[in-house]
Design a protein around this ligand. Structure first.
Ligand SMILES: [Cu+2]
Length: 319
């Protein structure tokens, strides 16, 4: 069973994550870009990039069309279970290529770095050459650095155009720290989310109160995005559009979001998942027994994501 560890305190998790990511990026077993209706030159899609495609499609799927601003993976109650589902499938892929059934995706406890002065946050060990590498356009340090002369260097092969359509490209990864948000979230921001008494609330969108919407980060505080959204924006570059799983840092952020949810679930006052199965059909895709959007796999429901104890655990739920 997977054990999910803090990437900054477990050098083994760090090494395995880098190795697994690079292996999945170089594994071409799946469909081609033209099979998936992706524009530009046709080529096979790597296992890693299938998750980029899945995330983009989910983020642009509105079912039913009358949903306010909710899509099939964000801006509504399903945000947490859908990303848990996505990471569970990715974790199984890592376990397969690493030959390690106990591998767990690592997490980045970004609120720990958020307690440092804003000017020191880009200096976190996370962005060192033995972890995620640094920033740049393209990134030129660490295991995901771009090197035009080396075909095995990390390349973004699928991104989105200005009309938000997937396209085939070939370039380095981009990051721009603290450009669109000046500081990472802090412990007190996390605690404001975990202190909410409801999992989610009407109108089940970006304007809701409740745990899910605060953790997703749509409730503005001083006009800035929060928690999960803030981390995407603080990293910047490829973390901004719907193709954000291109950056291996994507899963470190989401794994920490999932850990915060797991901590809330383990607490004495953990509220039940809502909306219920009998809620309005306008909430299709977000109710507890609705099928979540899947690509090339069978679907699961939010209810099936509530207890993950047979799949993985976290080394620490301290948030
Ligand atoms: Cu997402």
């Amino acid at each position: 069973m997977g054990v999910r560890r803090n990437i900054l305190t477990s050098s083994q998790a760090r090494t395995q994550y880098v190795e697994g990511a690079r292996t999945l990026k170089a594994e071409f077993l799946g469909p081609t870009t033209s099979d998936l209706a992706i524009g530009g030159p046709a080529r096979q899609v790597s296992t890693w990039d299938l998750f980029v495609v899945w995330h983009h499609i989910a983020m642009n799927r509105f079912t039913p069309p009358s949903q306010s601003d909710r899509n099939a993976a964000h801006r509504g109650p399903v945000f947490l279970p859908w990303h848990r589902f996505m990471m569970l499938l990715l974790e199984l892929q890592f376990q397969r290529v690493l030959g390690d059934r106990d591998f767990g995706l690592p997490y980045w406890d970004w609120a720990a770095d958020g307690e440092r002065a804003p000017g020191q946050q880009p200096g976190s060990a996370l962005w060192g050459p033995d972890a995620m590498g640094g920033q740049g356009s393209p990134v030129t340090t660490g295991p995901f650095a771009f090197d035009a002369a080396r075909p095995d260097s990390w390349r973004v092969l699928i991104d989105v155009d200005v009309q938000n359509r997937l396209r085939s490209v070939d370039r380095g990864l981009r990051r721009s720290f603290a450009t669109s948000a000046s500081a990472l979230p802090r412990r007190s921001d996390v605690q404001r989310a975990t202190g909410q008494t409801a999992y989610d609330e009407s109108p089940w969108s970006t304007t809701s109160g409740g745990f899910r919407n605060l953790l997703e980060g749509w409730q503005p505080v001083a006009g800035a995005p929060h928690l999960h959204n803030r981390v995407h924006v603080w990293i910047g570059g490829d973390m901004l559009p719907s193709s954000s799983p291109n950056d291996p840092a994507f899963y470190l952020n989401h794994c920490n979001v999932d850990r915060i949810w797991a901590a809330k679930q383990a607490s004495a006052a953990s509220p039940p998942y809502v909306p219920t199965a009998g809620a309005s059909a306008a909430l299709l895709g977000h109710r507890i027994d609705d099928q979540m959007y899947a690509l090339l796999s069978s679907s699961l429901t939010p209810r099936q994501m509530l207890d993950v104890s047979r799949w993985y655990t976290y080394d620490s739920l301290a948030v």
